[in-house]
Design a protein around this ligand. Structure first.
Ligand SMILES: Cc1ncc(COP(=O)(O)O)c(C=O)c1O
Length: 358
């Protein structure tokens, strides 16, 4: 289907399991933990182009002017707004491989010509600047990548990104960096790539690192002129966001330290468990993630589809099949649920892998 994302459909309908190793964002933050009362919440308010205090809080967080912040319904709409503003039908866009499916589905929907540049497993899924340079042409309008990389959780350093920005500049293209997973580094996160040059456009949200997906608080960071065009385009889509969600998003941003502490207390022990699990499996090969929420191991023998079926039917556990990232011999493991769930889920994954061997 041209106007659909098979992965998103799977994530909404098939991902749920008692032992969910498919999630890539920290399990939901409870409303009761936010310091807010029902009396403070209003249904309607002044948020025509975004709730001003929320835009200001985001601008402060990222050290940009509020005019450079476009509020959007999650990173999903942020990516859509960014691409739909920057691309015309027939324009050439370079997208990383493997990629988060909507990053391909959106330019396909917009009628762009999609070319790919590989992040090779053998190379630790790192971005290869020479490979991007080879794919770039005078027709290229946009380079699209994720940092951290979904599905591998690999971090790209700002020197490499700057180099990619210089290449884009030479042909008049821009670089869209989806930084939704960079938030998972919390206070250790490098500065957003929006500061690397005017070619850069950045998208992100409160979804992954903080367990706040339900607020749909996303944003685009872009130069002021481009940001204005995105706001006007958003008039054709969501127009305005739910005011109560904007208010809660502001409260969340004001309490990010507490929310981050809870996320770290989940992710840090889970990452240790994941690495111990990967150490113990001779049938899997994986690039390790130092900070990410996911790993994307390769199954050395046997079928991932068969593994996923056994895992679900016999072990009540879900992982994301690699076919959704165009790498069917891989699967994605997320470490975003409570530690007891991840521990048991990994034990069950091990048992399913053992079943496959016998
Ligand atoms: C790279 C990437 N971008 C965007 C999203 C969607 O994020 P949001 O919930 O903020 O729309 C995801 C979710 O899996 C993702 O992996």
């Amino acid at each position: 289907m041209k106007k659909a994302s098979p992965y998103m459909n799977w994530a909404k309908t098939q991902q749920q399991a008692t032992y969910n190793l498919a999630l890539s964002g920290v399990i939901g933050y409870p409303l009761a933990e936010l310091p807010v009362t029902i009396e403070e919440l209003e249904i309607n308010g002044a948020n025509a182009d975004g709730y001003a205090p929320l835009l200001q809080a985001l601008a402060t967080k990222f050290k940009v002017a509020p005019e450079c912040v476009v509020h959007s319904a999650g990173t999903s709409m942020a990516n859509h707004l960014a691409m739909a503003t920057m691309l015309e039908p027939g324009d050439e866009v370079l997208v990383e491989y493997p990629a988060y499916d909507p990053l391909l589905a959106v330019p396909r929907y917009l009628g762009a010509q999609i070319k790919r540049f590989a992040r090779r497993f053998e190379d630790g899924f790192r971005l290869d600047v020479q490979e991007i340079a080879r794919q770039l042409t005078p027709q290229t309008r946009l380079i699209v990548l994720t940092n951290f990389h979904n599905p591998s959780g690999v971090l790209t350093d700002n020197d490499t990104l700057k180099h990619i920005g210089e290449l884009a500049h030479e042909v008049g293209a821009r670089v869209l960096v989806d930084e939704v997973y960079l938030e998972v580094m919390f206070e250790k996160a490098p500065p957003s790539s929006i500061h690397l040059g005017k070619e850069f456009v950045v998208t992100s949200s409160l979804t992954k690192a903080y367990g706040l997906s339900g607020l749909r608080c996303g944003w685009v960071l872009a130069d002021a002129e481009l940001a204005t065009r995105m706001r006007r385009l958003n008039d054709l889509y969501g127009a305005v966001s739910p005011f109560a969600a904007d208010y809660l998003s502001l409260v969340a941003l004001q309490n990010l330290e507490k929310i981050s502490a809870r996320a770290k207390s989940i992710l840090e022990p889970n990452r240790v468990l994941l690495n111990e699990f990967l150490d113990g499996r001779k049938d899997l090969q994986a690039v390790r993630t130092e900070f990410g929420t996911t790993s994307f191991p390769r199954l050395l023998n046997g079928s991932v589809e068969a593994l996923c079926t056994v895992l679900r039917d016999k072990y009540e556990t879900s992982v994301v099949p690699g076919k959704f990232f165009e790498m069917p011999q891989h699967f994605r493991i997320g470490i975003c649920c409570a530690t007891a769930i991840i521990k048991e889920g990994l034990a069950r994954l091990g048992a399913a892998l053992d079943d496959l061997l016998t």
